[in-house]
Design a protein around this ligand. Structure first.
Ligand code: FPP
Length: 239
């Protein structure tokens, strides 16, 4: 969700004004994702590196997060959205943790769509923690496989993303789900996050649906494969 600061500054406003308006784009994307039948929507809301931003911006972002969860919880519950987080939960301010826990408990039984907030998240840190845990459990080297590593990440149990969207014209990944996006389709748009609406989300999905996902196979292999194995390579699976 990139471009909030630039969006605000282009209007002569403080950066936080962009974050405030970014909440509307979160609503729009969640609505569009639900309408498309997307089962998992992960939002990169705050990276580990974001802690180094000016203190007032960090505080404003945390306050915004608390207020947004408080004000949206009824709506999330009503729309059968299951809320969860990835990242260094313990490093979040206490009031933030309290509201997030409340939100996660109240929506834990829902399954229409999973809304996963990446908060205080760093992919390298997540991978480092996974390695530490495996070593501390004395897992023998021959037992270590890609599947096992996935089970030790914060995203254990969540399918790898099919599509990654980055707004604001930046063409990089910035420490987001590095392990999990091995085969994800990448979609970059110039639109700044506060301007990213439902139509923009649908445009990204349409683009994704027209991609040929080969997973290392050739085009010929994909087109000659049986429908059942073709299912694996066609876009439109877990997003
Ligand atoms: C990146 O834009 C955006 C963020 C660091 C914060 C994202 C937060 C929200 C959209 C608001 C609340 C979210 C939830 C889930 C309730 P930037 O500040 O890096 O913009 P810039 O690149 O233009 O400076």
């Amino acid at each position: 969700m990139d471009g909030n600061g630039r969006w605000a500054q282009s209007q002569g406003r403080e950066r936080i004004f962009g974050h405030l308006n970014g909440v509307e784009a979160v609503r729009a994307s969640l609505k569009a994702a639900t309408a498309c039948g997307v089962k998992y929507l992960t939002l990169y809301a705050f990276s580990t590196e974001n802690w180094n931003r000016p203190k007032d911006e960090v505080e404003a972002l945390m306050t915004l997060l608390v207020h947004t969860i408080m004000s949206e919880l009824d709506e999330l519950d009503k729309n059968e959205v299951r809320l969860s987080t990835i990242g260094d939960f313990d490093s979040l301010p206490e009031n933030c943790k309290v509201e997030l826990r409340k939100g996660m408990e109240r929506t834990a039984h829902h399954s229409r769509i999973n809304l996963i907030l990446a908060l205080s998240y760093s992919s390298r840190r997540e991978i480092t923690e996974a390695v530490r845990k495996m070593v501390s459990e004395n897992i023998s080297p021959e037992k270590i496989s890609p599947d096992l590593i996935s089970q030790y990440l914060g995203t254990a149990g969540i399918p790898d993303p099919g599509l990654l969207i980055r707004t604001s014209g930046e063409i990089r990944i910035s420490n987001f789900l590095l392990w999990q996006i091995a085969y994800a389709e990448l979609y970059f748009t110039e639109t700044l996050w506060p301007d990213f609406g439902e139509e923009d989300f649908f445009a990204a999905i349409l683009d994704y649906q027209n991609r040929e996902r080969r997973f290392g196979l050739t085009s010929a292999q994909i087109s000659s494969s049986e429908p059942s194995s073709h299912e694996k390579t066609k876009s439109g699976g877990a997003l």
